[in-house]
Design a protein around this ligand. Structure first.
Ligand code: NOJ
Length: 562
């Protein structure tokens, strides 16, 4: 029997073969929690380099490495003190070169993280700005302003930090008097740069070249929607301590001026060989605004946070997938998909919460706890749903092991500035940053040779360790590996998307990508894979031949019988 032609709605046609990044699967390495080479309990570049074989075996195309630059680590390295070196905690510059070389030897491309919205307060420029005093050229690289009110004692405007608390900090001038204020959209140790200053622009182009010359394949751009602020830094209609990045709106976000920066960066990347690329971390809505970042002469890709933040709901996911593809198609860009990263509750936990829409602010022992089994079941289904989609996908380290969030981390261990800055009302992001388990029976589950770990690993990490899953049919690791292999074989990334109407309902969704049929049941009555199809992969059991029924919280992949 051959596959019948179900009624479909085409959203996105297959694309001709393009540069590698258009359909790449990129794996995020969060270096402090990936692999610890020197045994101090914090991951490092030499440690990460020894584990690159795992990523090649998993079957990803590229690695994005979160910041490893010199930093006082007030925001886990997103507070950069020197953009051209490596923090001793992570190694030396030669270790970065060795990481890139070894990744390339494994056939993996490398993105490094660029943090252009702010520097660390320990960056030479900021120290110089403090020393030079008001109205100096040194201060003009940042957003220093006089305060309001008597003696300038009030902040220059009512903006709040996205980590909680005020977005302005007052400095003490070199003569000891209370002085100007500087803007920081994040922690007070992360002063915002003034992107109207040509020195700032020139410096970051030079930083791009520094890393491109060392052979990196591109950049992940931090806070890509925040660098340019509305002229005059006007007050918000209402100041609020909302730390939810989904609500980033106002004079500090998504200003038109950012696009000029990306055009100049694109020209820099295009002047190099090897299809170098950039991916923007831009919390921008609606998707039509996000699409402006990935116009042909700007950034190559942007993370799809609309997908990440969608609830486990067939109608909502269908809308997000349709709108994402449609919006990116209008500018000829590739769509990306992502479920987890180092800033959000891991999807294996998020999807096990009573309210799976609550994603951002961390979970503690005194909060409602997830249903761990359900979370993993849904996470596996969500992953197969995602990896069948055309475009590019971003994976976060440990999701291939089905790792949950650490939801009972002792509060005394918390390091995310969000915890302090919100007066302990938000737990922050430490729970998704716990060091990886590689070997169940080794110290620190194989993360560190000494057993040290900068955050305590939960006991469940033993059963999720890589060596407990490798070669075990039906394990989450083998599910990812099989999905990535099939994805490549079936040219899914450059493929198409057509909804299969008969299988789309209140609790189910199904699409065709070329010949691949993906059927997802998001929690309703069982759905049947139509006649004429053969199931090749399923999220609920190891055995793909296990029938054509798709039970609740399950996704299957099927191909036409030949
Ligand atoms: C986004 C990064 O992903 C996050 O970890 C960081 O705290 C902020 N940007 C500030 O750099």
């Amino acid at each position: 029997m051959t596959a019948t032609s179900p009624a479909t709605t085409l959203v996105h046609p297959a694309s001709p073969a393009g540069p590698w990044w258009r359909d790449a699967v990129v794996y995020q390495v969060y270096p402090r929690s990936f692999a610890d080479g020197d045994g101090d309990g914090i991951g490092d570049l030499p440690g990460a380099t020894t584990r690159l074989g795992h990523l090649a075996e998993l079957g990803v195309d590229a690695v994005w490495v979160s910041p490893f630059y010199p930093s006082p680590q007030h925001d886990a390295g997103y507070d950069v003190a020197d953009y051209r070196d490596v923090d001793p905690m992570f190694g030396v510059l030669a270790d970065a070169d060795a990481f890139v070389a070894e990744a390339h030897r494994h056939g993996l491309r490398v993105f490094v993280d660029l943090v252009p919205n702010h520097t660390s307060s320990e960056h030479a420029w900021f120290r110089a700005a403090l020393a030079a005093g008001p109205r100096s050229a040194e201060r003009d690289r940042y957003l220093f302003r006089d305060g309001r009110g008597p003696a300038g004692a009030q902040p220059p405007n009512n903006w709040r930090s996205t980590f909680g608390g005020p977005a302005w900090t007052r400095v003490t001038e070199p003569d000891g008097t209370p002085g100007q204020w500087y803007l920081h959209l994040f922690d007070e140790t992360q002063p915002d740069l003034d992107w109207t200053n040509p020195q700032v622009r020139a410096e970051f182009e030079a930083v791009l070249r520094f890393w491109l010359d060392r052979g990196v394949d591109g950049f992940r751009i931090d806070v890509a929607h925040g660098m340019v602020k509305a002229p005059g830094l006007p007050d918000l209609p209402e100041a609020s301590d909302d730390t939810d990045p989904r609500h980033h709106q106002g004079p500090m976000w998504d200003q038109d001026g950012v696009h000029e920066i990306y055009r100049s960066w694109r020209a820099v990347l295009d002047s190099y060989d090897g299809d170098r690329a950039m991916v923007a971390e831009a919390w921008v809505t609606p998707l039509s605004r996000l699409a402006r970042y990935v116009r042909p002469d700007e950034v190559h890709q942007s993370f799809n946070f609309a997908f990440l933040t969608s609830r486990w709901d067939a109608a909502e996911l269908r809308t997000v997938v349709t709108e994402s593809l449609t919006a990116m198609d209008t500018v000829g860009a590739t769509t990306t998909w992502v479920l987890s990263n180092h800033d959000v509750v891991r999807h294996a936990t998020r999807l096990g919460m009573a309210d799976p829409g609550a994603f951002g602010s961390g979970i503690g022992a005194d909060d409602p706890q997830p249903d761990v089994e359900l979370g993993l079941r849904r996470a596996r289904a969500a992953t197969l749903l995602m990896l069948g989609l055309p475009g590019s996908a971003y994976l976060y380290q440990g999701e291939e092991l089905g790792l949950p969030e650490h939801t009972t981390l002792d509060d005394t261990e918390r390091q995310d500035p969000v915890w302090e800055r919100t007066g302990h009302t938000q737990k922050g992001r430490d729970g998704c940053r716990v060091p990886l388990p590689w070997e169940a029976d080794a110290p620190a589950y194989g993360f560190s040779p000494t057993g040290a770990s900068w955050l305590t690993q939960p006991a469940v990490f033993a059963e999720r360790a890589l060596d407990r899953q490798r070669g075990v049919a039906g394990s989450t690791y083998e599910l990812y590996r099989a999905a990535l292999a099939r994805r490549r074989e079936l040219a899914v990334g450059s493929g198409s998307l057509a909804w299969v109407e008969d299988l789309c309902g209140a609790t189910s969704m199904a699409y065709l990508n070329r010949d691949l049929l993906v059927v997802a049941n998001l929690g309703g009555e069982p759905v049947q894979v139509p006649d004429g199809y053969r199931v090749i992969l399923r999220s609920d059991t190891a055995d793909a031949s296990g029938g054509s029924e798709v039970p609740a919280d399950t996704t299957v992949w099927a191909v036409p019988l030949t």
